[in-house]
Design a protein around this ligand. Structure first.
Ligand code: PLP
Length: 430
């Protein structure tokens, strides 16, 4: 019997890196044709690097997934929260995607990126009147109503802007995905959406409002879902609520953060959604997906400079960033891999804990990284950091938030500049 070849360590690692990455002849990590060490020198660290080819390929995979199933009536909305950057929203718009925004700030970024307002959906479980007014003024294509008391407020904003607002109702399907509690949203005890039992009355209220055009239903089970079953379960849960032209199944596809982790398949995600709506509701409906992480996580690699290597009970490799640029390890116990950019293929010799520079012992980026003789001055790279890193970055310890650089075809272009101390002091009134 011929056994399939097991992936080598290098192959497992390269599955985490953005499409188009490689290790060059000198053993140095190359991202989008750019030497990672040179990027760190030119733009400074910490630095978020995004590979354009990877972003575009994953956006196309969503579109192609729908095309392969003959599902012409669809919309892919990039979940802005995963990487709120105008240029990224613009790049996805070029690939035919719209945007899901969950605040006025995200709305402004989408508009700045050139996303057609008619292809923007406004979300939020606590939308302010100002946000509803901004969405109405922009002419967003959809407002996703999240509670009974929001319906008249959306109507009032639409009236004030002389328009009829298409809306979806977000329903809590009482379906739990196997994910961290903080990013699980589909369970009955959720702050998002209206319950299955309350939904019929809210749907009636939406239908009765002349300023609103009820288009359909929205569900989002959670984020970083390892299995696709809950997407179908969610459609099954909401199908008895009636027959609508539009079904928006949110985001949530999981990605592999570490070697051997399970990477969600975009084609399978689309197929699950399309089959669920066709089979459980009927054909001919418009299907919307709102992927965030699955579009941007793999495209991103964060580069740090090693500031110190300390050996006590273990080996501590301390870098010049940490929980201020990637709070996910602290928030969710998230795991990452690390590599030294100029010895990217060298065999690891030492089990190390990659720690950040912040004043908390919990500020650990990678709990156990096997690194090749790490030393001060090395450029350390953490793959799969394109999603919810920049988005959740903070100024803890008055750190300056990193720049974002887009790489492709050997060129690097800054999309977001590094914060400056002037930026930091600009809000101080003393
Ligand atoms: N849509 C909604 C309503 C969400 O709340 C989220 C994430 O929280 C997303 C889409 C994106 O999820 P993900 O990044 O897991 O694809």
């Amino acid at each position: 019997m011929i056994r399939p070849a097991m992936p080598t360590a290098a192959e497992k690692r390269s599955a985490l890196l953005p499409i188009g990455s490689r290790v060059d002849e000198r053993g140095r990590l190359e991202l989008g044709g750019c030497d990672a060490v040179a990027l760190a020198r030119e733009f400074g660290t910490p630095l978020y690097v995004l590979a354009e080819e990877d972003l575009r390929a994953r956006a196309r995979a969503y579109r192609e997934g729908f095309a392969a199933l003959g599902q012409e009536d669809h919309e892919v909305l990039f979940a802005t929260k995963a990487l709120p950057v105008a240029a990224v929203l613009g790049l996805f718009a070029e690939e035919g995607l719209g945007a899901d925004v969950a605040s006025e700030g995200e709305l402004r970024l989408a508009l700045r990126g050139g996303v057609d307002p008619s292809r923007i959906a406004l979300h939020g479980n606590a939308k302010s009147d100002a946000e509803l007014a901004a969405a109405a003024a922009a002419g967003v294509g959809l407002v996703v109503v999240d509670s009974a008391d929001e319906a008249p407020r959306v109507a009032a904003a639409a009236r004030a802007h002389g328009r009829r607002q298409p809306v979806l109702l977000r329903v809590t399907p009482d379906v739990a995905g196997d994910t961290h509690a903080a990013i699980s949203t589909g369970q009955a005890d959720s702050k998002f959406g209206v319950s299955l039992s309350e939904a019929p009355a809210v749907l009636d209220a939406l239908r009765a409002s002349p300023e609103l055009e009820l288009r359909g239903l929205h569900v989002h089970v959670g984020s970083l879902l390892p299995d696709l079953g809950p997407f179908r379960d969610a459609v099954a849960a909401i199908a008895p609520l009636g027959d609508f032209p539009v079904y928006d199944l949110g985001g949530g596809l999981g990605v592999a953060y570490t070697e051997g982790g399970r990477d969600g398949s975009i084609a399978a995600h689309v197929e699950t959604a399309v089959r669920a709506v066709r089979e459980l509701v009927g054909p001919g409906r418009r299907i919307i997906l709102e992927p965030g992480r699955a579009l941007v996580a793999h495209a991103g690699v964060t580069l740090y400079t090693v500031e110190s290597v300390k050996r006590n009970v273990r080996t501590w490799v301390a870098v010049d960033g940490g929980m201020s640029d990637n709070p996910r390890p602290q928030m969710y116990g998230a795991s990452y891999e690390a590599m030294i950019a100029d010895r990217a293929e060298a065999a690891g010799t030492e089990h190390c804990t990659v720690a950040g520079k912040h004043c908390e012992s919990g500020d650990v980026l990678v709990a156990d990284a096997l690194l090749p003789e790490p030393r001060r001055g090395d450029v350390l790279a953490t793959p799969v950091t394109g999603a919810y890193g920049h988005a959740m970055a903070s100024n803890y310890n008055a750190a300056l938030r990193p720049a974002i650089v887009l790489v492709g075809d050997g060129e690097a272009r800054a999309l977001v500049r590094r914060e400056t101390y002037d930026d930091l002091l600009a809000r101080e009134l003393a």
